[in-house]
Design a protein. Sequence first.
Length: 452
Amino acid sequence: MARAGIYLDRRFKSVDGGYYVKLRVTENRVTQYYPTNHKKHAGDKSVIDEKLILDRTFSEKEFERIVHGTETVKKKIEGEAVNVSKAIRRTDIEELYNKAFNSFVTKADDIIKNLKVFTFEGFEKHYLVNRSAKDSLKGIYDEKIKQLKLNEQYGTAETYQNAINSITDFRETERKKNDLKLADVTPDFLTRYEKYMLKDGKSKTTVSMYTRTLRAIFNECIADGLITAEQYPFRAHRSQKKRYQPPAAKNKKQAFTFEQITQLYFYKSPLQAVQKAVDFWKLSYLCNGMNFKDLLTLRWNNIDGDYLVFERKKTEGTKEESETITVHLKDDAKAIIRRYSQPSISPDNYLFPILNRNMDAATAHKKTKDFICYTNKKLKQVAKDLKLPHFSTYSARHSFATTLKKNKASVELIKEMLGHASTATTENYLKSFDRETIKEATEGIIPTEKTA
């Protein structure tokens, strides 16, 4: 069984000659060390007096007096001087430090006892994260955002950042000066927040996105045993009518008719930037409605003769199993690739010169986002020229899916080509019919005099 104790870390001597105090946890002869330099890591924070400075070094003598209540002295035994431990009475400040350090051990012991199977990872989640219903909501979001960025999930991190910014703004409108805690997030709070967002002109989709980040955080805290299920403000099933239900997101599908796709497909612009935007839209459409992020991260080794094989970036850093997608490269797709790619002798280099291998993940995310924003700006100009509804890069994906459906492709095949995890997601894509289809389907519902 794992054991915890307070330890003077003599492995690293400070410039002042002292050492930092650590929590030492040992299990099966494996030892890990954890900080005691902040009361947020302690069990009962109330026992840590405000006058104590935890983030400091201690001498060996101080540590012995504080932790063991002893002092090493020289004593002659049979004419030979030896070191012996002598019991001492701690000073008031030493007594306070003793209680403080003991609170770290108490917390560690409780975590070890409550873990069904001890792992250092599980221990760290409880000891270092230290979430509870009394913790700052912003602090919890900050931890989550930091974790997402470490996993290179920058798009999701932005959603969480926008969510907590919005919640903080709402808090200010209610003139509440105290820090918002996890325990303050009740069904009533969430209902008021939704009304505030809708009144401010935000869509139900935005409300849904932001409140779902809150729900995800609550789910994580419950799964980790940091809060109880009774504190959960969201509706888990229909009978819980007093709990909050995030509004259903209404994603407006941007699927073009085949006539509109034809207009866009053969559109030519004298402006190079505009034509490039159209060409990348066409390439996305021709490559199974490939997401632009996936498009920009393609490498030469993704091309296998007349085929393109890749895995969706959307599933990275998630629990979803990544889907391998195979695209048959049509001649028009090959022509666009030749036009905009950068030749390379290394198969691991990017296909297009938007990103490069020397970029870190944060820079690559920003470059990708900037390219998509710039492309959408040019596509807005194309929509005006062709008198098409406003559309974005994502419309290529919806248009590809609905075109396949009209060509009698099975939902299972469309699912595979889009890289969806389930047919339910694909069916949601295909729910939106264009107006012409609705018109054609209802042409025969009005009786005529001849049929009377």
